[in-house]
Design a binder for this molecule. Structure first.
Ligand code: PNS
Length: 164
């Protein structure tokens, strides 16, 4: 499938919390697709640090300047959400080889469930290559400065939730 400015894409994830790496990917995708729905999983297997509504607020403020990007919560299967949005593509960020196994498995399973929706992998810029929500939570937990990795409201949110 050729990415095109007429296509709609979804960008699903836990976003617990959103990082500059995610925002980088959203910005790239917003230039490739007509419309992007950033879809925050409200029912992941992982126990999230931030409630879904808080993750939603963080992302909404991060994409405020991008008119073709909308952020929503979703539950259930991601392919069902993609169908509901009439999306042709599913975006996933890919950084290191270590991401590949899980991402490849998920992309193939989703393609079996819905052959019309293709996964498109986007690499973040080198500047954000090493970033992950997990790493950021760990840095924040031990009192490290995360202001270079996440927007100011997220850094504040991390400080608050961790010192609670
Ligand atoms: O940011 P994450 O945690 O890697 O995102 C994973 C996510 C939420 C995209 C994935 O777990 C998902 O799609 N969950 C919804 C349920 C579903 O459709 N599972 C089958 C995927 S093959």
């Amino acid at each position: 499938m050729k990415a095109s400015k007429t296509c709609t894409a979804i960008y699903p994830g836990s976003f617990d919390p959103v990082t500059f790496g995610h925002i980088d990917i959203i910005k790239t995708a917003s230039k490739m697709f007509a419309k992007i729905f950033v879809a925050i999983a409200s029912n992941t297997n992982k126990e999230p640090l931030f409630e879904a509504q808080v993750r939603l607020k963080f992302l909404q403020s991060a994409v405020r300047s991008l008119p073709n990007v909308e952020v929503e919560l979703f539950g259930g299967l991601i392919v069902d959400y993609a169908r509901k949005k009439s999306a042709q593509a599913m975006i996933r960020g890919i950084r290191a080889v270590s991401d590949f196994d899980y991402e490849f498995q998920m992309a193939l399973a989703n393609r079996k469930l819905e052959p019309e929706i293709n996964t498109v992998f986007i690499m973040p810029s080198e500047e954000h290559f090493y970033l992950s929500s997990k790493l950021i939570k760990e840095i924040a937990q031990f009192g490290g400065d995360v202001s270079r990795f996440v927007p100011p409201n997220v850094a504040r949110g991390l400080r608050e939730i961790i010192t609670k």
